[in-house]
Design a protein around this ligand. Structure first.
Ligand code: AMP
Length: 241
């Protein structure tokens, strides 16, 4: 069984975030970028599953600008067998990433897709749920423990919920998103960092995967001039109150 892990390049967790001078977003030039911490936990879990003999290959995937290759190299140095980069310069929202992941799953056919529960730059916490919906796969989000049964093709996932812990049994293939307490990711060793430099990273474009990434967040609306007008529209046009 292959395991695919989605890893995102984000502003390093220790960096103090600065807003761009034109207020259009977060400053990312000349800022230390790293692998999203929840994705590191996801990759660590995939590596542990492989090391216990329950998976044959770990594939790290990342979507975004050319610098994502650095993050993928870190993933390869940690122990991923292969890496795939979907190069896209446009801003990628969770639905676009989920569509790209689904396309990669259709190509690679992994038995398990692991993501972080959220990316620490946008804090969306949406991509795992969306890709599970698109794939029509069961999902175990906020996982704090994962146990695989290869014979029965089932993953038992303990997940952190508001009231405590919930245990789910998921038929494989499935989507899992990682929470903080799942594991403590390893550091890449120097020899593995050197070896990772020569590993080939496969590239795709969104077009090659037949994914249109432009139209996700088009919101149509009107600006109303007063609260009274808003209430009138909600009552008489949208009929929601
Ligand atoms: P989000 O829904 O944006 O909070 O992200 C949740 C998880 O989706 C991340 O921890 C990653 O595993 C995955 N993800 C989101 N964006 C990307 C990306 N551009 N490349 C790879 N994985 C991503």
């Amino acid at each position: 069984m292959k395991i695919m892990v989605a890893i995102k390049r984000v502003v390093d967790y220790a960096v103090k975030i600065r807003v761009k001078s034109d207020k259009s977003g977060v400053e990312t030039s000349n800022v230390k970028m790293s692998m999203n911490p929840f994705c590191e936990i996801g990759l660590e879990e995939a590596l542990r599953i492989k090391e216990s003999g329950l998976a044959s290959e770990v594939i790290a995937v990342s979507m975004g600008p050319s610098q994502c290759v650095d993050t993928l190299r870190t993933g390869l140095a940690m122990g991923a067998d292969r890496a795939i980069h979907v190069e896209a310069s446009a801003t990628l929202y969770p639905l676009s990433v989920a569509k790209l992941l689904k396309a990669l799953v259709d190509v690679e056919k992994p038995g398990l897709l692991i993501l972080g529960k959220q990316a620490i730059d946008d804090d969306c916490n949406q991509t795992g749920q969306m890709v599970a919906g698109l794939l029509n796969w069961p999902q175990g989000t906020f996982a704090s423990k994962v146990v695989l049964d290869k014979e029965k093709e089932v993953a038992t996932v303990e997940r952190e919920v508001d009231g405590g812990l919930e245990t789910l049994c998921l038929d494989l293939p499935a989507v899992i998103t990682t929470d903080l307490r799942l594991n403590q990711p390893r550091y890449a060793t120097l020899p593995n960092i050197m070896k990772a430099k020569s590993k080939v990273i496969k590239k795709f474009t969104p077009q090659e995967l037949n994914v249109d990434i432009k139209s996700d967040l088009e919101v149509q609306g009107v600006i109303v001039s007063s609260v009274d007008e808003l209430i009138d529209k909600l009552k008489n046009e949208a009929h929601v109150i």
